[in-house]
Design a protein around this ligand. Sequence first.
Ligand SMILES: Cc1cc2nc3c(=O)[nH]c(=O)nc-3n(C[C@H](O)[C@H](O)[C@H](O)COP(=O)(O)O)c2cc1C
Length: 334
Amino acid sequence: MLLPTDLETARRLSVAPMLDWTDRHCRYFHRLLSKNVLLYTEMVNVNAILHGDAHRHLDFNAAEHPIVLQLGGSEPDLLARCAKIAKNWGYDEVNINCGCPSERVQSGAFGACLMHEPHLVADAVKAMRDAADIEVSVKHRIGLDKNQDYDFVRDFVGVLAQAGVRVFVVHARNAWLKGLSPKENRDIPPLRYEVVHRLKQDFPDLHISLNGGIKDYSTIEQALNYVDGAMVGRWFYHEPFVLAQADARIFGNDHTLEVSRESVLEQLVEYAQSQIEQGVPLRNMTRHWLNLFHGVAGARRWRAQLSDAQLLKKNDAHLLLCNLPRDFSEVGDE
Ligand SMILES: Cc1cc2nc3c(=O)[nH]c(=O)nc-3n(C[C@H](O)[C@H](O)[C@H](O)COP(=O)(O)O)c2cc1C
């Protein structure tokens, strides 16, 4: 088996943090598909860690390394305490969410609205770095509302770089804080990759990853001509098997080592069995695995059974092996 790759290499390609989607079962699945990509947790609110069920929010499988914990919060002391907890929990990095535009997040004074307060984020970063020996990265947008002024994002990055942030993940869209739902905010504000390229030119010593709207490997490869890494969210979630090409295409591994759907499935059954023994309901896991056969003829029945509440209630991991598409390689419209 290949060893998990190091953090710096992994940054070339990451799977985006996605609330309700990239939980530990989803990440374990993604790790089976690629040994090298960097995985992110969903955003976890600092108060959920400090006052809620920390194990539920933070536990992960050792196979998931390298893994980044994304935090939602703005108060330096709370973020610092969470950075220390993250380090002790074994996370490789913590990331501050400065890109999420949802109302709920705004009222908690974190997410994209923090781009208006770079000095507060800088104070938080300093407190986190003082509290724990762990990389603190930032995920953000290229601007807020209709402001297309490049200086705004350049100054945001500049202030944080002064505070010691070395790694930035930039969703190449503005966040419109009023009038759009979070979902609309991932589609409607126009993508402007050139702004992210310019950040890399202006801050050559920083790691800059580009995020937003990537749906094929050639876009990733092109992005890597300008910046240090690419982050992909929805494409990898909806068509997870494309991740199986990442190790060869992006990390230079031998393509004959590429995993097959069969081997992934076998490992998922094993994983699901052990999770069920620990009390995790099968349905909590399978919901993230439904797209394994995306695009394969005959996959509909397989997917339907894994969404069937009655069948899932039996908590039998072998359900994953029933009604498999006859020929995994036969691509069709299902
Ligand atoms: C369901 C969903 C949940 C998301 N949750 C988060 C989150 O918790 N933290 C975050 O920084 N971004 C979140 N995002 C945004 C993604 O990380 C990413 O920036 C965005 O989807 C654009 O990348 P894509 O076009 O490759 O999907 C979420 C996106 C989706 C689709």
